[in-house]
Design a binder for this molecule. Structure first.
Ligand code: KG4
Ligand code: ZN
Length: 340
């Protein structure tokens, strides 16, 4: 193959998915994700296990991304990697791999913030939002409303004070006896049920979120009902799921409407694993009609953790020639806009 204009390799290893992606001249040409299924039996992600699995997978995943892109390693101009936020051990695998490979190839590295990448995933393919827009980022680790004025100008307007939205789904699912990750299962069950149980809404400051109260209320509610009828969960699974999902979606969308009113921004994007939720998508669409929003939701494979979004975020920096030093290390608590 003729040497393409610009080739970027991107690596993602912040949680339990090992990802590699190749971008050529602003187009994603490969996007490989290896998901770690080993955590399910423990009911959550075990950090040490995640690091070990990343180490086992990363070489193969990167090779696959390069193969599918139809390039040679020597064609790569730079390597983008997730610096944070995420699990320290997991991040270190990607950071170390990127640094070693870049050194061997004598090419620069580009640090990427995972949360910014979730947002910038909207630029992988059309329809791309125009600036400014609001992004509701909802994943297993984070829940934020971010005002996005440019690829390198983001402000967090609100965020969760405790659990993330995905965590709320997963923890409530665990209480119900569902396997990890419970989010997609609750989504599916909810479609067969009705909202019949009322769960409390946390009182939090403007644009913020809180899910720990809901989780506790959910636990006590089920415990009380199970005392009366040990079959309660089994008999009411779908209605419990629908009611829980309704409460989570309400907690997610109310601050978003408020933020849109206050900023006057009507371009609304959602990102992160929980944006796969059908109930949330439906609610956002309904609100869009009512509030006259222009709505942006990435393709599913770009919503959940992936390296294509790291490539997209890295691409902006590649064009701006914002490279990182080789002594850079992972930052598990990296904040949005901290490294822009
Ligand atoms: O963005 P993501 O893939 O990884 C993180 O960065 O956390 O998000 C994973 C989270 C999990 O908590 C999972 O239960 C949730 O997203 N999730 C869902 C759905 N699909 C994934 N939650 C609700 N409904 C879904 N359809
Ligand atoms: Zn994520």
């Amino acid at each position: 193959m003729k040497k393409p204009h610009k080739v970027l390799l991107a690596i993602e290893s912040s949680c339990d998915d090992t990802g590699a992606s190749v971008m050529i001249d602003a187009n994603i040409v490969s996007n490989v994700v290896s998901s770690q299924i080993d955590h399910a039996k423990w009911g959550g992600v075990i950090p040490e296990l995640a690091s070990r699995k990343h180490m086992e997978a990363i070489g193969r995943v990167v090779d696959q991304a390069i193969l599918e892109a139809g390039i040679k390693k020597s064609d790569i101009d730079a390597i983008a990697f997730t610096r944070g936020p995420g699990l320290m051990g997991a991040l270190l695998v990607g950071v170390s791999f990127a640094k070693a490979m870049a050194q061997a190839l004598q090419i620069p590295i580009i640090e990427v913030n995972h949360m910014e990448a979730h947002i910038l995933a909207h630029f992988i393919e059309p329809p791309r939002p125009r600036f400014p827009f609001l992004c509701l980022t909802v994943s297993g680790g984070h829940t934020q409303i971010v005002k996005v004025e440019d690829w390198n100008q983001m402000t967090i307007l609100g965020q969760t004070l405790d659990d993330a939205a995905g965590e709320a789904f997963d923890k409530a699912g665990k209480i119900m006896g569902l396997p990890y990750p419970a989010g997609p299962l609750i989504d599916r069950l909810a479609r067969q049920g009705n909202v019949v149980f009322d769960f409390p809404q946390a009182q939090v400051q403007k644009f913020h979120f809180s899910f720990s109260g809901l989780k506790t209320a959910f636990l006590y509610f089920l415990r009380d009902q199970m005392k009366k009828d040990p079959q309660f969960i089994e008999k009411n699974k779908a209605d419990i799921a629908a009611s829980l999902q309704y409460a989570i979606i309400k907690a997610l969308t109310q601050p978003l409407v408020l933020a849109s009113h206050e900023t006057g921004i009507k371009r609304i994007a959602i990102a992160g694993g929980v944006s796969a939720n059908q109930g949330l998508r439906k609610k956002i669409a309904e609100l869009g009609e009512k509030e006259n929003w222009e709505i942006f939701i990435p393709r599913l494979e770009y919503c959940t953790d992936n390296a294509a979004m790291i490539a997209q975020a890295g691409w902006f920096k590649l064009l701006a020639r914002q490279f990182s030093e080789l002594d850079i290390t992972a930052d598990p608590r990296l904040k949005v806009s901290e490294n822009l």
